[in-house]
Design a protein around this ligand. Structure first.
Ligand SMILES: NC(=O)c1ccc[n+]([C@@H]2O[C@H](COP(=O)([O-])OP(=O)(O)OC[C@H]3O[C@@H](n4cnc5c(N)ncnc54)[C@H](O)[C@@H]3O)[C@@H](O)[C@H]2O)c1
Length: 264
């Protein structure tokens, strides 16, 4: 008989999260801990965030080929293969803000695809291989964006402190597709691969410490059926769902968390 009350329990689960020190990642880590998981964060920023936290923080560069090789060769050899792998990283070049249609150059475009898309693809695929080898019926969760589903509206950025980004949609739409491709292939190993499609979240503008300005928020919120941006703490519940046996028959899917933005 199914014990429905405990479907979301993560007690004893080994969970690795890349980018767990970020705006969204840090909220995911907090929730995973509260649901009883053993969490390890792999991030460029590996400072302990919370004194009482049992989470391990490992300094890791997900875009560096040697770091990735070491991660699989040395770290996993000494430690357990994870039951759940989450990628919440957001690697960018220093000139990320110049990835607009007008300002972008080919080198920056290629570098950002390499840093962000290629690391998401390679890490997820490598973890899936490891899970299969260790006979772990794991769950892999990739973070994507509503801008992998719908195009950015240039009007939103006019006279604001934000700008449209040509590369972002290429990366995030490919992540959505690759999740399906992986789910299709690794289903035979009972490994599930799913994707969070996230909308506009309150917080810093990527590549800057500034927050979204009032003019942008006013225009953006009007386009969202729920009439507001999301908060980083509204993301983890879907991660708990996808990480746990509550989602045991869900793979290759997108959970869209965007206040309804992408439906209209
Ligand atoms: N914030 C939003 O509005 C939003 C909206 C939709 C989707 N997303 C997606 O959610 C994910 C997380 O976004 P966020 O806003 O929390 O980003 P963030 O910049 O706050 O956090 C990203 C984390 O990744 C880490 N990181 C960056 N480069 C790294 C590298 N080379 N190696 C290891 N770690 C590295 C950073 O140190 C940081 O802790 C991204 O995939 C992003 O595209 C965010």
């Amino acid at each position: 008989m199914t014990d429905f009350k405990n479907l979301f329990n993560l007690k004893g689960k080994e969970i690795f999260i890349v980018g767990g020190s970020g705006l969204i990642g840090s909220q995911i880590v907090k929730a995973l801990e509260e649901f009883g998981a053993f969490v390890t964060v792999f991030d460029l920023d590996a400072k302990y965030k919370n004194k009482n936290s049992k989470t391990k923080y490992i300094k890791f560069n997900c875009t560096n080929e040697n770091s990735i090789k070491n991660f699989f060769k040395n770290y996993i050899k000494k430690n357990k293969c994870p039951n759940v792998f989450i990628n919440a990283s957001y690697p960018i070049t220093k000139d990320w803000k110049k990835n607009t249609f007008k300002q972008i150059n080919f080198d920056s475009y290629k570098k950002n695809i390499q840093l962000h898309l290629n690391s998401y693809v390679w890490l997820a695929k490598s973890v899936a291989e490891l899970m299969a080898k260790n006979k772990i019926q794991g769950s892999i969760i990739q973070l994507s964006s509503m801008y992998g589903l719908v195009a950015q509206d240039p009007y939103l950025y006019k006279n604001t402190n934000l700008s449209e980004n040509m590369t972002y949609g290429v990366i995030k739409s490919a992540t959505i597709h690759f999740t399906k491709q992986m789910a299709s292939y690794y289903g035979k190993y009972k490994i599930r691969v799913n994707n969070l499609v996230i909308g506009g979240i309150e917080g810093h503008i990527k590549g800057s410490k500034k927050k979204q300005d009032k003019n942008f928020l006013k225009k953006f919120n009007l386009k969202v059926p729920l009439k507001r941006m999301g908060k980083p703490q509204e993301i983890p519940s879907s991660v708990i769902f996808l990480a746990s046996s509550a989602s045991s028959y869900i793979t290759g899917s997108n959970i869209v968390i965007d206040g309804g933005y992408s439906i209209i």
